[in-house]
Write a protein that binds this ligand. Structure first.
Ligand code: CA
Length: 228
């Protein structure tokens, strides 16, 4: 389960330690010393999760979390707040601003990894290795295998990620921009048309199983995977 995780922390030693632990756990770490830097990074590429220090110079962690939650594009990013405070009231304030979880410093690498894993499983199922099934279509991230009606489906890496995202978020319409954000991550240099190209390839690969009909085009909006 490799995720791209943004660490927003102004203390260099802690930032380094967290990034090191995340990399050890197989994740990719992006680093920011403050909220302004973090906002710039998020503008270019959406991370799968943000580890956010409560006490930051300038824009505070709580304010940054609020901003992310009010922007449609960043609203869904899971956030874990890092803090030296352990008072119940602060915890509540953190969760009210939209944080998914809360870790009190100092914490062990083991606790950090366990929290990260739990939040990803809950909020970003496409980042986990859990087997997904929609109708007669099955996708196993661990073995990188897709089967439809029992037949093996051969997919390129992008089609695999695209299908994984659609299958973990079924019955919902995703715009091309949203798909670029979630599947490609960094969409600055990718045109929206690229999504159509990969959807076409995905449908073609699914055709022999007749399950290409699961991927629906929603005119003027985007795409949806539906078993109905
Ligand atoms: Ca701090």
């Amino acid at each position: 389960m490799a995720a791209t995780i943004l660490v927003v922390e102004d203390e260099p030693a802690i930032q380094e330690l967290i990034s090191y632990n995340l990399k050890q756990a197989g994740h990719q770490a992006m680093k920011a010393d403050n909220a302004e830097q973090a906002l710039n990074l998020v503008q270019n590429a959406l991370p799968d999760l943000i580890l956010l220090d409560w006490m930051l110079p300038g824009i505070s962690g709580v304010e940054f979390a609020r901003r992310l939650r009010t922007d449609k594009r960043t609203r869904q990013i899971p956030i874990i707040m890092l803090t030296a405070r352990s008072e119940e009231q602060d915890k509540l304030t953190g969760l009210e601003t939209g944080a998914d979880d809360y870790i009190t410093k100092p914490f062990s690498p083991r606790e950090l990894n366990a929290r990260v894993k739990a939040v990803l499983r809950r909020r970003a199922p496409q980042m986990t290795d859990d087997l997904v099934q929609v109708g007669a279509l099955k996708l196993d991230p661990a073995s990188h295998r897709v089967t439809g009606q029992g037949q093996t489906v051969d997919l390129g890496p992008t089609e695999f990620r695209l299908l994984h995202f659609l299958m973990t978020h079924p019955e919902r319409v995703h715009s091309r921009t949203q798909l670029l954000d979630h599947v490609w991550g960094d969409h600055v240099f990718v045109e929206e048309r690229t999504v159509d190209v990969h959807i076409r390839r995905l449908r073609k690969a699914l055709e022999p199983t007749t399950l290409d009909s699961l991927i629906q085009t929603v005119r003027g909006t985007g795409y949806r995977l539906s078993a109905n």
